[in-house]
Design a protein around this ligand. Structure first.
Ligand SMILES: Cc1cc2nc3c(=O)[nH]c(=O)nc-3n(C[C@H](O)[C@H](O)[C@H](O)COP(=O)(O)O)c2cc1C
Length: 350
């Protein structure tokens, strides 16, 4: 039984901590797991760097060994690199491999990666197929609601129209012109691949990180997957798990997302900033001691990144204490912290 099966059998929403570039390092993954996340994801990891065995990257990733329920997120655009990257990821002890098809960061999309991969669904198919070839671990994907054709053209990138098969009766064209590529188009393309989980950020590329979540689309994806992903059912015994993502910050938003999407679980990103125990809260576990989380998080960070932990932790401490009544006063101290002792001193006085 892989851990997705285990989590599914618990018959409650699966709660995932999101991959967050510049945030979800080892310490953040650990504190979110302490705070009740069922699985935590690393920041996006370059398959190009893994393929070329970047020493610095491998040394960093080796630190995750022994921490369980961690998925490594891979990004890249060359299918050939994904097989080897997946092999390396498995050898490093990760529990799961996730592929990023939703990143809108300039540095990634300018060369056609991240969300721009949606312009060629054949390539997405190959990337997933090659990843599965390289590993026995469960493979998941993280996608966005969609992207407009115009946005792809603006970046001077070619679109593989032949790869966009008409998906059921979903029509998103005017005058027979395809105007967007959606999560459903992507899922239609890869329905024969045995993936274990699909994480859907219910915003389009154009929305970036704010605005309405398309719950209905996530719900449609859920039923599409139930009816079409035969290979996943054969291999795993269940259709891919659907995880809804975007805008979940508390019990109310979580309940709304689950009700409207019928997803198997939720992924939380910004809602866990300064609140890694949000996962416990959603499970009904209260009394999460803020100071204990701050101290443990800081310790994890000073252990794993001794050189720059004090710099990295400043932003976390600002998030942790943002609702404190003395925040303006504390802020001046937080932006100067240099050591664990400075952090202890601040929290002993709040
Ligand atoms: C600072 C930041 C970094 C992110 N880095 C990644 C990343 O490395 N990989 C990824 O798939 N998504 C990344 N995302 C997107 C989040 O995982 C998530 O999909 C998005 O923030 C929506 O969820 P939320 O509203 O719960 O934050 C990032 C988002 C933010 C704000």
């Amino acid at each position: 039984m892989n851990f997705w099966q285990e989590l599914k059998s618990q018959n409650r929403p699966i709660l995932c901590s999101a991959p967050l570039d510049g945030v979800s390092d080892l310490a953040f993954c650990k504190i979110c797991l302490d705070g009740g996340a069922d699985i935590a994801y690393t920041e996006m990891t370059s398959t190009n760097d893994l393929y070329h065995k970047s020493k610095q990257l491998i040394t960093y990733l080796k630190q995750f060994k022994g921490t369980h329920r961690v998925g490594i997120q891979l990004y890249g655009k060359d299918p050939e690199q994904f097989t080897k990257a997946a092999q390396i990821a498995e050898s490093l002890g990760f529990d799961e491999i996730n592929i990023n098809f939703g990143c809108p960061a300039k540095g990634v999309i300018s060369s056609g990666g991240g969300v721009m991969l949606m312009r060629d669904l054949d390539n997405i198919y190959k990337i997933i197929e090659n990843t599965i070839k390289g590993t026995c671990l469960p493979v998941s994907i993280k996608i966005r609601a969609g992207i407009n054709i115009e946005s792809i053209k603006k970046h001077g990138l070619e679109i593989n129209y032949n790869a966009i098969e008409s998906c059921n009766d979903i029509i998103h064209n005017t005058n027979n012109q395809i105007t967007k590529i959606t999560a459903l188009d992507l899922l239609n393309k890869i329905k024969n691949l045995p993936i274990s989980c699909i994480i859907i950020h219910g915003r389009t590329y154009e929305q970036l990180f704010s605005g309405e979540i398309n719950y209905n689309l996530i719900k449609e994806c859920r039923s599409f997957v139930e009816n079409n992903f035969i290979e996943s059912k054969k291999k795993n015994g269940f259709s891919p798990i659907i995880i809804a993502n975007g805008g979940i910050i508390d019990d109310i938003t979580a309940k709304k997302a689950l009700e409207l999407t019928q997803a198997n679980g939720l992924m939380i990103g910004m809602g866990s900033y300064g609140k890694p125990f949000i996962f416990n809260e959603l499970k009904g576990i209260k009394n999460n001691n803020l100071n204990k989380y701050i101290l443990n998080h800081a310790k994890y960070l000073f252990e794993s990144k001794p050189q720059k932990a004090h710099l990295d932790f400043r932003k976390h401490l600002l998030w942790y204490l943002k609702d404190n009544e003395n925040f303006v006063f504390l802020r001046n101290k937080i932006i100067k912290i240099e050591s664990l002792k400075d952090i202890e001193e601040i929290i002993n006085n709040v």
